[in-house]
Design a protein around this ligand. Structure first.
Ligand SMILES: Cc1cc2nc3c(=O)[nH]c(=O)nc-3n(C[C@H](O)[C@H](O)[C@H](O)COP(=O)(O)OP(=O)(O)OC[C@H]3O[C@@H](n4cnc5c(N)ncnc54)[C@H](O)[C@@H]3O)c2cc1C
Length: 402
């Protein structure tokens, strides 16, 4: 470490906390400024209270960003071995559950506890109730509450303001004004890893869960996911919809197509053979053993037929097309409070490979405030740690303020 050792971190979420621990351990004098009354609040919500902290399969394909090559370089800064060593170093034992990494305690609260102890043992200073409202070129920070002393003289500042998802109502902003005032752009923010409300009336199928292959068609291309679809009275939900919601920036240009026969290979010959075997069954009975009854009735009606119609007298080709390409029109999505992720943020084009701002020297950004949107499965908490690792290594290697 050379010269000034003071580092200020704006935001006490996963990424800010990890950066603070890493820098403090390297001898830096680190202060976290957190707008809420406690740090790490969002971590408690993660993984349904179990905190899916990372994944064994990490690469850029699990993320949506504007620069996949730069993202791949950043992800390479933290090997899985280094990740495991970090969690080990804070006394957190993690376990692999079908590729996802969780604390062995299966409790998000134990992750926060481990992080808090590590912060305290590394002598990180934490100032809560401190909402940063401006960051100046001399790296001084102003706070909304003027009783919080303006922070001056830091050699480096880390912007770790995170996303609005989970915690904030729509109108609350999380440091975005501060970042825009610095001259940075913020690519459009919207809630993701959430359900998509649809124009179709889904009341008759509400509560149905089924295997489905989904394709979201957008102006920027088509994206596919397969998994358990959950149907609500006016929305489609479940992991595949959550994953696709990251691509649904402009809903007006989107359509969502579901394939309900994805559970079998060679569906068409099997479907034809079944139709030939049961010509006198009603359409509703034809699907017994293949589809949820309510879903079958819904799809038959979507194809313009009646459940009581017989196979023999129906256009089975038309029905087949509906089953394989059932189209829904997304008309809305979950709010930030309901979502797990804020898409958008500081574009990777406005930071270097160390995540240092291209506009403000010695100002860095970590975590969800960057326009890097991970899939469900531990990818966002992984990016929070990886970005913290990237930034702290850059500061340590270059020396803060140099
Ligand atoms: C319900 C839910 C479940 C999730 N489950 C998972 C999961 O299982 N696995 C996974 O990988 N990801 C999950 N995520 C996503 C993951 O939690 C986040 O991507 C990650 O926590 C982001 O960390 P961060 O430090 O970048 O930001 P945040 O956790 O958002 O922290 C930012 C902090 O900065 C503070 N702050 C903001 N603005 C200011 C300001 N101006 N001044 C001072 N402080 C400020 C905020 O109060 C906050 O404490 C989930 C999210 C939610 C909402």
């Amino acid at each position: 470490m050379s010269g000034n050792s003071k580092v200020s971190v704006i935001g006490g979420g996963m990424s800010g906390i990890c950066a603070a621990i890493l820098l403090s351990r390297a001898g830096y004098n680190v202060t976290i400024y957190e707008r809420q009354e406690r740090i790490g609040k969002k971590i408690l919500l993660t993984g349904n209270g179990r905190c899916n902290i990372s994944n064994q399969d990490i690469d850029a394909s699990w993320y949506v960003s504007s620069d996949d090559k730069k993202l791949a370089r950043i992800l390479n800064n933290l090997s899985l071995k280094e990740r495991d060593a970090f969690y080990d170093s804070i006394g957190l034992c993690v376990t692999d559950i079908r590729g996802g990494l969780y604390p062995v305690s299966r409790q998000a609260s134990s992750v926060i506890d481990a992080l808090r102890f590590a912060l305290s043992e590394a002598n990180v200073k934490i100032v809560t109730g401190a909402k940063a409202v401006a960051l100046h070129k001399d790296l001084s920070i102003e706070f909304e509450d003027k009783s919080v002393w303006a922070d001056k003289g830091a050699a480096a500042v880390i912007i770790a303001c995170g996303g609005k998802a989970g915690v904030y109502s729509e109108e609350k902003e999380n440091g975005i004004r501060l970042i825009k005032d610095m001259g940075h752009h913020i690519s459009d923010t919207y809630p993701a890893l959430t359900y998509l409300r649809c124009e179709e009336d889904l009341r008759s199928v509400a509560g149905v869960r089924c295997d489905a292959a989904l394709t979201l068609n957008t102006a920027k291309g088509s994206f596919s996911e397969r998994g358990e679809l959950q149907i609500n009275k006016d929305a489609l939900s479940g992991i595949p919809v959550f994953q696709l919601s990251r691509y649904a920036h402009d809903l007006s240009g989107c359509s969502l197509e579901a394939d309900f026969l994805c559970f079998m290979n060679d569906a068409l010959p099997k479907y034809k053979a079944r139709a030939a075997s049961y010509p006198d069954r009603s359409l509703e009975d034809f699907f017994a053993g293949w589809l949820n009854k309510k879903l079958a009735q819904y799809l038959i009606k979507r194809a313009g037929m009646r459940p009581s119609d017989t196979v023999r007298r129906s256009s089975m080709q038309r029905l087949y097309e509906t089953l394989r390409h059932c189209s829904f029109k997304p008309a809305g999505r979950g709010s930030f409070r309901e979502a797990q992720l804020m898409c958008g943020g500081i574009p990777l084009s406005e930071v270097d490979d160390d995540l240092q701002s291209l506009l403000y020297k010695n100002v860095y950004a970590t975590g969800e405030i960057l326009d890097v949107n991970g899939a469900c499965g531990g990818y966002n908490l992984h990016f929070a740690l990886c970005s913290a690792y990237t930034v702290s290594n850059a500061i340590i290697n270059k020396g803060a303020g140099s």
